[in-house]
Design a binder for this molecule. Structure first.
Ligand code: CDP
Ligand code: MG
Length: 710
């Protein structure tokens, strides 16, 4: 399969020359220019893979899989042999692998057991413009690593749109290579006003193009799976109703991260002749996947974004306006094969006045507990979390929030030093709460159950009927769906959703993992199989960790005969210590406890039951706090007051100055009134210093202010 037309290949010699002479190189090239698929091959051809593996990181799992598959095809090797991929819970590499695509998260994890990442001769941080949390942390780490491994490591950072100067100055003015893409002109057309419904507007525009414009595929950006499915079925319906022979044939293809692999590949297969393709995609098609043949782009101007608020501990999954950088990226997708058109479903004034210049990096809108634990567990004398060299620093508030969370689950002690428990936790490819739960469960002889719960919660997408993870603004809707479907499924003994997940899995286990049973009960088959696989892996990891230090508890085969699942719930309570809520007296709402108190509801999809008087349990822990139409706790579990009390006592002891100090000496210098502030000296490192940083900060504040106004 030839790819020799790709722009990046014209720069092969130049790339090799620069890489040869520099430890770090930034490569900027238009999406589709061949960065993800060709750079690794260029370096492989010239022998860099003789002294080690070439690693290419991807922020998205689906990109790691899809790009590695493509490269394996181009090299005519079997996927998993010379070319492979590794994503969380799925490793398709072997001893023969020379080019390895992996998610940024997997590379971070690998660095825990091998801090110098010795097996790699080249590390390519791909798609850096996405500014994923993990890639940002990797950039800081690479800065350190190139000093340690100056003689035998090459780092490349690639991006479609990233401000190259900024990255270059981060890496002591490393060279920037610009690969000019051959992009055809794209005519941009604006709507006169904002659409009332972007699904309807997209539908209308797409049919309009299909009927009136010459051949060429149409790429439509939607915000999420639900919208994609809606639009796909509406499009199919409309196309069917078009008079036969009035226009060319058409196929409609969805493209998003939770699509089964065989469905994802479909968009990369050549289209049938004389047939127009409608590709309805999330912003995955903005930069990480390039679909050839697109001539028309329909851009709603929106993207779904997860945003964490450290003061409330709450996530919101909002549909927000894209940035101008994103809008231009989307438009560019239309000009890959010939001149194209981009239809923006919003007015020019909105583009100029309302859109942010650039997207807020994930590090500034995520919970950092996992990342801070990771940095702490590196246990390097020269890495202090608050002085860590970030391309864009997270806010002080979110770092503090992470430290408090980690303290409450015993991952760090009151001086901010990582504990043995914290070290064990970091060995598990799970978020801190679940990792902590497993370790606690091992102590209470309910590891087997906890493994099941953790595995079930690790499934992406919707496992249970009516429990869509995406935004569902109408809770009524959920109720209906749920009552309709899940009557056959166990109810969690009224104790909550974690218990229900456990019961479902155990039932499935008893009937030999029957696929038909899943189908009969509207359980997502792929998700259930994934959970089974994840459970096996987690079990193995727990055993390996246990051999080291935990002390192996006998793997309990016996099922918990008690119906109150006490040990498991107690373990969950330890894991979710920073996610504890207390019922309010008068109404059935809850107040979250600790340092982020507020009123929240149990999500309507929960199986948590009230007692005879209609009262919900006094205390619950929750997996996630998410704000849609209202703040909801999602996946809750009843816990006992006597388990909650020690956590609350711990909270009283909490002194964030000490936590963040990293050393006893330092913390003593702190004045009493600066209770919520970091020491001055450290403050300087988190406050944006130069111009570009403050511009981004200002943009971020505008963004947050606008969100607040909504
Ligand atoms: O990374 P960058 O956006 O620079 O480009 P790329 O992902 O390396 O894509 C280069 C070319 O390979 C494009 O024309 C893609 O359409 C094609 N490709 C493909 O056909 N199938 C894939 N799974 C990945 C890329
Ligand atoms: Mg790419």
């Amino acid at each position: 399969m030839a790819a020799n037309h790709l722009p990046i290949l014209q720069f092969e010699d130049k790339i090799l020359e620069i890489v040869d002479q520099n430890p770090v190189t930034v490569i900027i090239g238009e999406t589709g220019s061949g960065k993800s698929t060709q750079l690794s091959q260029i370096l492989h051809r010239s022998g860099y893979s003789n002294s080690g593996i070439i690693a290419v990181t991807q922020p998205r799992r689906v990109a790691a899989v899809s790009v590695s598959r493509r490269v394996a095809q181009e090299l005519d090797v079997r996927l998993g042999d010379e070319v492979g991929y590794a994503i969380r819970f799925e490793d398709r590499t072997s001893e023969r692998t020379r080019i390895k695509y992996l998610t940024d998260g997997v590379l971070l994890r690998e660095s825990l057991s091998d801090p110098e990442l010795k097996q790699y001769s080249v590390i390519i941080l791909d798609e850096a413009h996405e500014r994923s949390l993990n890639t940002d942390i990797l950039m800081g780490l690479m800065k350190r690593l190139i000093k340690l491994r100056a003689s035998n490591l090459k780092v490349l950072i690639t991006s479609a749109t990233l401000d190259g100067e900024k990255v270059s100055s981060f890496f002591s003015e490393c060279p920037i290579l610009n690969v000019p893409g051959k992009l055809f002109p794209v005519e941009i057309l604006y709507s006169s006003e904002q659409p009332k419904s972007y699904i309807e507007s997209s539908l209308k525009k797409a049919i309009d193009i299909h009927v009136n414009e010459p051949e060429g595929d149409i790429l439509i950006f939607m915000t999420g799976q639900d919208d994609i499915e809606k639009l796909v079925s509406k499009l199919e319906e409309k196309i069917q109703r078009l008079e036969a022979g009035s226009c060319m044939d058409a196929v409609v293809l969805p493209l998003h991260g939770s699509l089964p692999p065989e469905m994802q590949i479909r968009v990369f297969n050549p289209p049938p002749p004389n047939c127009r393709r409608f590709i309805v995609a999330t912003n995955i098609a903005e930069t990480s996947l390039t679909v050839d043949g697109v001539v028309y782009v329909i851009d709603s101007g929106y993207v779904k974004q997860r945003q964490y608020n450290p003061s409330s501990g709450m996530y919101s999954l909002d549909v927000v306006q894209i940035s101008r950088v994103q809008a231009n990226q989307r438009a560019g997708r239309a000009g890959r094969t010939r001149p194209g058109k981009c239809f923006r479903l919003y007015p020019l004034a909105v583009y100029h006045d309302n859109l942010l210049e650039a997207t807020v990096p994930e590090i500034q809108r995520s919970s950092l507990a996992g990342s801070v634990l990771y940095l702490k567990s590196l246990d390097l004398p020269d890495i202090d979390i608050l002085k860590f060299d970030f391309l864009d620093a997270p806010s002080r508030e979110s770092l503090q929030d992470a430290l408090k969370q980690l303290f409450l689950i015993d991952a760090i002690d009151e001086n901010g030093t990582i504990t043995d428990i914290g070290k064990e936790m970091s060995g598990l490819p799970l978020e801190p709460s679940l990792a902590r739960t497993l370790i606690e469960a091992n102590k209470h002889d309910c590891l087997s159950q906890a493994l099941t719960v953790a595995a079930m919660l690790s499934v992406e997408g919707t496992l249970l009927p009516g429990r869509s993870k995406s935004m569902d603004k109408t809770s009524k809707n959920i109720d209906k769906k749920r009552k309709h479907h899940s009557s056959e499924l166990p109810d969690g003994a009224g104790l909550g959703d974690h218990i229900q997940l456990l019961q479902i899995y155990e039932l499935w286990d008893q009937i030999d993992y029957s696929i038909d049973w899943c189908k009969d009960n509207n359980l997502q088959v792929r998700g259930m199989l994934f959970a089974r696989d994840v459970r096996k892996q987690l079990s193995q990891i727990m055993h390996d960790i246990a051999k080291g230090s935990l002390g192996v508890k006998r793997q309990e085969r016996r099922r918990d005969r008690q119906h109150d699942y006490k040990s498991l719930r107690k373990s969950l309570c330890a894991g979710y210590a920073s996610q504890l809520a207390e019922r309010m007296m008068r109404h059935n709402g809850y107040r979250t406890l600790g340092f982020k108190s507020q009123l929240v509801q149990v999500h309507p999809s929960s199986v948590l039951q009230s007692d005879d008087e209609g009262m919900l349990p006094d205390y619950v822990v929750y997996h996630e706090l998410i704000s849609t139409s209202r703040p909801f706790m999602r996946n809750v579990c009843k816990v006992e007051m006597r388990w909650a009390t020690p956590i609350l006592q711990r909270l009283e002891k909490l002194n964030v100055n000490k936590l963040s100090g990293g050393g006893v000496g330092q913390s003593e210098e702190i004045t009493a009134d600066s209770n919520t502030d970091f020491p001055k000296e450290e403050l300087n490192t988190v406050v944006p210093a130069d111009d570009s940083k403050s511009r981004i900060q200002a943009a971020r504040e505008r963004f947050l202010a606008r969100k607040g106004n909504k």
